[in-house]
Ligand binder design. Sequence first.
Ligand code: CTP
Ligand code: MG
Length: 233
Amino acid sequence: MSKQDKRHIALIPAAGVGARMAAGSPKQYLPIAGKPMLRYAVEAFQRSELIAHTYVVVSAEDAYIGGVLPAGEPGVTVLRCGGATRMESILNGLRAARAQIGDDDLVLVHDAARPGLTPGLIRKLIEEAGGEPAGGLLALPVVDTVKSTRGGGVATTPREGLWLAQTPQMFPYALLERALGAAADPSAITDDASAIEALGLSPKLVEGHPRNFKVTLPSDIGIAEMYLKQDPA
Ligand code: CTP
Ligand code: MG
């Protein structure tokens, strides 16, 4: 398959329970400015002309997805194969979609809990990391002074060279499937890039945007609404 034939496929893990959000429903279904959180990420991929198809992974017992992504949603397939951890949900989704994705196709894994993604950020990642054999991810350089309490006392770690990982994280299908399949401890893998790094590879870091932060705590809802009112970066 030539480079031109590679497709870009989005895979959104949305099978978490949102324990830290502690709401009545999983956080990906909470309304943000009147729209369920999950729809923002799905619509960013639908609006990007670079994305061939989007897969959304939910848990087998999910009772909300039909109301949020009805059957027939253009360019979207829902897979009811979520696992106990984020990593397992992604691996299950990759395997369920196996027949529809080529080994060299680039898979963009994106958290349902990051509603601030834009087609512009998707384009930037693809343009800057699309040719990288080890893939790449959006990330933000650390701007604050970093403190560590790991040694018992308080120590300052130089922030130079430190980044905060975001998503999408983009890798060739076969590489990602191999890396996640080889990872020993699913709960220790909190992003896809760390499984790639464990193979001795270095994914490329592409500067993202603060609006693409992960909605985790109740106070994050208001911050997401503030960003979503602004013009997309
Ligand atoms: N996720 C998933 N399957 C899991 C756990 C998480 O698909 N078993 C997804 C979440 O739905 C989310 C993304 O992975 O889109 C990032 O996970 P996180 O922000 O940790 O979400 P939750 O696990 O739902 O939240 P918490 O850790 O607070 O329970
Ligand atoms: Mg979690």
